[in-house]
Ligand binder design. Structure first.
Ligand SMILES: [Zn+2]
Length: 620
């Protein structure tokens, strides 16, 4: 097993210089080669490395990767939020590492919307004599982050239910929306009339997209509560040409009457209750809205291991891992209110994949592969695979030369008691996946049933571009997307196993005479079964190992319905509501068939003993 031990750890004088490749900007302001300073660091880093619950570090490779994880997950990296100083610092650090190895690097950047503000926001209802005082911005009305600007004195208001057209149901029937401000209910109810809508058409994105072609003056998403929704960055929706606003029904009541009652009638009768108010001289609105967007140029960092075969070196194998994480958890945190504002270290997600890629760079550099290998550190994964989608659209090598992609996302928390790695093969032929599994070293079990996680990371961008992918993942855990995902919990020995295995798979692909062809069958995400069809959250942490005696769980989310029902790590769910459960897919189906507020009886086995509990499901 080549673990590349002859690297820069030795300063050529036969003296071991610890932490030699801790490149600038050195964390905690310490520079290498000054043993005194690095020695001061040693107790801190060693306490990180030797946290009580991690297995003994078996090899220098394990120690190296644990050290890199500790540095990338350190407070100074500020949770590596997309577009943040912390992410830029992490990219600098990783780049200097490759350079210190003599590996060529390059960068590409793309604009990332990291902040949005309302520069000017003024609105009122009525017109002429019936013009009312200004609405209270931030309470009666607020803009959405993807809102366009708008300036008009008076535009007519029209109410269009939930903005849905499906089968016999049509909220737009008889309405002329041109130039008007359209009001729709924000939250789509789960009623029979809407049952045939696809997941895409049910989503907010899908519902809003349909207005892009209707030459409207503005769009209002109605809030039935006391306040408009606060302005929060939503980088998954690009900016609209017209204003998109959140307004309270209370604020609109004086000019449109009781709109919540109309929505209630739709929910009860399944029939549209739309209304064009153009005939009422007071049902108009005036608006001045100017949005201010702050963009950051965010990097993808690419390191190149050149191919050595005269012909095959023009072909490329991409190894990828995202570098970004959640910063202070402004979005996508599962830590709940208790942890908001705290740095999310992201040791497993995905400092582990980053450290593993760095380690592979070190090992593959001397392996003289036939095909070229690119090591790509993507940003923007947490915000919707922005970096990998950008790379696929603007590749640094011809996209047709990319023959396969290996993605490493969360490879640091292998269970030391049962060493297992999950290997997904989105778009890879089954035979190629089986072949890759056969390369596993003794003692490392390879599982393959990723369920909803199959397409949940950067490899999806490549599979969508018809490139076979291999996804390396050690599974979810209770610290996922929480500040508690910290470095001392990382299993270094497990990472060393994954690194050796990944090196074999990467070299096997880089040196193979024939590349696996893209397989559209395996590229299909488990539709309906995936999170696409699920509207509720139950709060269990799946155990992805293959089982057919029920759905095994690794834990429950604090405060979740699953916790309330009494479930614990290690339990095996066998019944969910009316449905019997044998696999993770049965569970996903049962969840997809459930709706918010529904009370379900769940049955499970704990150490072979049957147990049951009840829970009210929450909207996802
Ligand atoms: Zn991740």
């Amino acid at each position: 097993m080549d673990d590349g031990e002859t690297g820069p750890l030795h300063d050529g004088h036969g003296e071991m210089v610890p932490f030699a490749f801790l490149g600038p900007p050195y964390p905690f302001g310490v520079s290498p080669m000054k043993p005194a300073a690095t020695m001061a660091l040693a107790p801190f880093l060693s306490s990180l490395m030797l946290g009580a619950q991690t297995p003994a570090i078996h090899s220098p490779a394990a120690a190296r990767m644990k050290r890199e994880v500790a540095i990338l997950a350190a407070p100074s990296m500020e949770g590596r939020g997309n577009g943040s100083k912390g992410l830029a610092q992490a990219a600098d650090y990783v780049e200097r590492y490759y350079r210190s190895m003599g590996i060529r690097t390059e960068r590409q950047t793309y604009p990332y919307l990291k902040g949005v503000e309302v520069k000017e926001g003024k609105a009122y209802l009525g017109k002429g004599d019936s013009q009312q005082p200004l609405l209270q911005w931030g309470k009666d009305i607020e803009a959405y982050s993807f809102s366009g600007n708008g300036a008009f004195i008076s535009k007519a208001l029209v109410f269009a239910g939930y903005g849905v057209q499906t089968g016999a149901y049509n909220d737009f029937n008889g309405l002329d929306l041109t130039g008007k401000v359209v009001i729709i209910g924000r939250e789509l109810p789960d009623i029979p009339a809407f049952a045939h809508l696809s997941a895409q058409d049910k989503s907010l994105r899908g519902r809003l997209r349909r207005f892009e072609t209707a030459r409207i003056g503005g769009l209002v998403l109605l809030e039935e509560g006391d306040a408009a929704r606060s302005l929060k960055l939503n980088s998954e929706l690009s900016t609209f040409r017209f204003p998109v606003l959140s307004m309270t029904a209370k604020a609109l009541n004086s000019v449109c009457g009781d709109l919540p009652d109309r929505l209630k009638k739709i929910r009860e009768t399944g029939t549209p209750q739309s209304q064009d108010f153009v005939w009422a001289p007071w049902s108009f609105m005036g608006l001045t809205l100017e949005m201010e967007r702050k963009y950051a140029d965010v990097p993808n960092l690419i390191a190149t291991i050149p191919g050595h075969d005269p012909k095959l070196k023009a072909e490329v194998i991409v190894l990828g891992a995202h570098l970004d994480h959640l910063g202070r958890g402004e979005r996508h945190s599962l830590g709940g209110a208790a942890t908001s504002g705290q740095f999310h270290a992201g040791a497993d997600d995905n400092a582990s994949g980053t450290a593993l890629l760095m380690e592979l760079g070190r090992r593959l550099k001397s392996a003289r592969p036939k095909r070229t290998i690119l090591l790509v550190h993507f940003s923007g994964e947490e915000e919707g695979m922005l970096g990998s989608a950008h790379w696929v659209k603007h590749p640094t090598v011809p996209i047709e030369s990319v023959k396969a992609m290996l993605n490493f996302d969360m490879v640091g928390r292998m269970d030391p008691k049962k060493p297992m790695l999950l290997l997904g093969g989105l778009g890879a032929p089954k035979a190629a996946l089986e072949h890759a599994k056969s390369l596993a070293p003794a003692g490392l079990a390879i599982g393959g049933d990723l369920g909803a996680a199959a397409g949940s990371s950067d490899h999806l961008s490549f599979a969508l571009a018809k490139i076979p992918t291999f996804f390396f993942f050690t599974g979810l855990h209770a610290d996922y997307h929480k500040p508690s995902d910290t470095a001392e919990k990382i299993n270094g020995a497990g990472m060393a196993m994954v690194a050796s295995y990944a090196r074999s798979v990467a070299l096997d692909l880089a040196n193979a005479a024939q590349e696996p062809a893209f397989d559209p069958e395996t590229a299909k995400l488990p539709s309906g079964k995936g999170m696409g069809g699920v509207k509720v959250s139950f709060g269990v942490i799946p155990d992805y190992a293959e089982h057919s005696d029920g759905f095994h769980i690794n834990g429950v989310m604090p405060g979740s319905p699953a916790e309330a029902a009494g479930l614990k790590a290690g339990d095996i769910i066998v019944m969910f509501g009316p449905r019997s459960v044998k696999t993770i897919y049965d569970y996903m189906d049962a969840l997809a068939a459930a709706s918010a507020g529904m009370s379900v009886t769940v049955k499970w086995l704990r150490d072979g003993r049957p147990m049951e509990g009840h829970a009210a499901l929450k909207a996802r």
